[in-house]
Design a binder for this molecule. Structure first.
Ligand SMILES: Nc1ncnc2c1ncn2[C@@H]1O[C@H](COP(=O)(O)OP(=O)(O)OP(=O)(O)O)[C@@H](O)[C@H]1O
Ligand SMILES: [Mg+2]
Length: 494
């Protein structure tokens, strides 16, 4: 490896009980480059960056940062040396404002008191540089996932970083937001900042990265110049086989209307009406903040309705809580897995079987044979990478946690399934499995609403697309003749 690398990893090893997360991985990072790391869920990407930021200690190997060799760094040392990271799971304090989060741990003070005025002003400047408009005084818990992500980036960028690590920063963002984030990254690169970028979205790697390293099962596979490789080669190196890249299409005929919402209103949406047919996958398109999540939350009884009506199989129903929604056969798979999706401290088995409890339990006890069967089936179907069913969910990789959320709901008997960003953080191979699963559920007569910010997925998977903007429905598109541009134009109300 050359002398000019700002950071070098030499034969890094990380063991966990039953897992070799990293197996003698060596990578060199050049100053001012954007270096992507790709690999399937559980390949070791997040573990690798946690070794760099000092969050975990490597079991073996060396880290050389700016010429200094060490076995490991402490988090403080990493920060002092200019290593900053935006993690896959947010680290924000929900009850503090955006500005307070950005300056968390280095609050500005006027004598003994917090200097909110200065913090808000400086936070505003940083946020504006990122090309987004958030009031720095807004509490983080009131921001959408996309905006929380931006605050997370702002927080890291506001320190003097030399080596910036982003673990799937684009997952909760829509195309225009990703563009503005890329603009920020390019500016940082010009200033000489080295960027380590992790993403499961192949097109992004080619847009933003100079070089890309592939990891597979904790092993270093290869580092390539992005200009000299292509999507297929990368996928082959990641997965170890070719993938078709096609979306499974509907083979059944139009079905009767299962769910109809009429003039739904809540605090966030206005006069939302649409119909969902049996066996159909209905795509909900729109930009972040368009009200898609809010619409499905209203249907699911998670947000109170202020007007409108919901019909199930032609009958008007009142859904006052998620519990009632599930009773009516409506399931919602949320986008924010940390907040609503999984019980981090419990096992894979408990999490998967949790949502099927009504199916599994007769009277008081759970039918344990049935439970084991269902859990095993879901682990296989979704290729969940875990050493055992008793592994705690918090120890799984990010993408595998997302699969648990899906598994939970796929195991239930709901007839209407609502997926909010179903493949966020999921690797290319597993994505195809999830698409196949969703399609086969639809073919079995279930009806699916899918919110997706990933355009190829929205266009590829949906049988119909409904586009929202500012809490209202803008129109309906046929994915056969819609393009990324027509969806975006409608979503931006152009
Ligand atoms: N704290 C832990 N305890 C036990 N095993 C762990 C722990 N953290 C990670 N692992 C395991 O190490 C392996 C690598 O995980 P890692 O999070 O680095 O994957 P990743 O490449 O970031 O995946 P993803 O794309 O899903 O985010 C996985 O098998 C994971 O289950
Ligand atoms: Mg990860």
């Amino acid at each position: 490896m050359s002398e000019t690398n700002i950071l070098e990893l030499r034969d890094i090893v990380k063991f966990y009980p039953g897992v070799v997360a990293l197996n003698k991985v060596s990578i060199g990072f050049r100053p001012g480059e954007i270096h992507a790391i790709v690999g399937e869920n559980g390949a070791g990407k997040s573990t690798l960056i946690k070794c760099i930021t000092g969050c975990i200690e490597p079991s073996d190997g060396e880290i050389v940062f700016q010429g200094k060799t060490c076995k490991s760094l402490t988090p403080i040392e990493a920060i002092e040396r200019g290593i900053g990271a935006v993690y896959q799971e947010f680290n924000l304090v929900p009850f503090l404002s955006a500005a307070e989060n950005i300056f968390y741990g280095r609050e500005k003070r006027k004598k003994l008191f917090l200097d909110h005025e200065t913090m808000n002003r400086e936070a505003k400047a940083i946020i504006e540089e990122l090309g987004i408009s958030i009031d720095p005084k807004t509490r983080v818990k009131d921001l959408t996932v996309a905006y929380q992500q931006m605050v997370e980036i702002a927080k890291t960028v506001s320190r003097e970083v030399k080596f910036l690590i982003l673990d799937e920063p684009s997952a909760p963002l829509t195309p225009p937001e990703i563009e503005s984030m890329f603009a920020v990254l390019r500016r940082l690169k010009q200033k000489g900042v080295t960027i380590l970028y992790i993403s499961h979205r192949m097109e992004e790697i080619f847009q933003i990265a100079d070089r890309v390293t592939v990891l597979r099962d904790g092993l270093y596979i290869s580092t390539l110049n992005t200009a000299e490789t292509d999507r297929n080669e990368l996928i082959r190196l990641m997965v170890g086989r070719e993938l078709s890249g096609t979306y499974p299409k509907r083979t059944t005929d139009k079905g009767e209307v299962v769910l109809k919402v009429k003039d739904l209103c809540s605090d966030y949406i206005k006069d939302v009406s649409f119909e969902l047919e049996k066996g159909e996958i209905l795509g909900l398109g729109g930009l972040v903040g368009a009200g898609r999540t809010e619409t499905v939350r209203a249907i699911f009884g998670a947000d109170p309705l202020t007007g409108g009506e919901i019909f199930l199989n032609g009958k008007s129903v009142r859904v006052k809580s998620p519990k009632e929604a599930i009773k009516h056969g409506i399931g919602l798979i949320p986008e924010d897995r940390k907040r609503h999706g999984v019980l981090q401290g419990l096992s894979v088995k408990v999490n998967v079987s949790f949502a099927c409890l009504p199916v599994l339990s007769k009277r008081q006890w759970i039918e344990s044979r049935k439970e084991n069967g269902i859990v095993k089936e879901q682990i296989t179907n979704l290729q969940i990478k875990t050493p055992s069913e008793s592994q705690l969910v918090k120890n799984l990789s990010g993408g595998n946690q997302q699969k648990i959320v899906l598994a939970k709901w796929l195991a239930t008997k709901c007839d209407v399934l609502i997926f909010d960003e179903p493949t966020r953080g999921i690797d290319v191979g597993a994505k195809q499995e999830i698409y196949k699963l969703m399609r086969s559920l639809a073919e079995q007569g279930k009806s699916i609403i899918m919110i997706s910010s990933e355009m190829p997925e929205l266009l590829g998977m949906s049988d119909r697309i409904v586009v929202m903007h500012e809490g209202r429905i803008m129109g309906e598109l046929d994915p056969w003749d819609a393009t990324q541009e027509t969806v975006l134009a409608m979503a931006s109300n152009l």
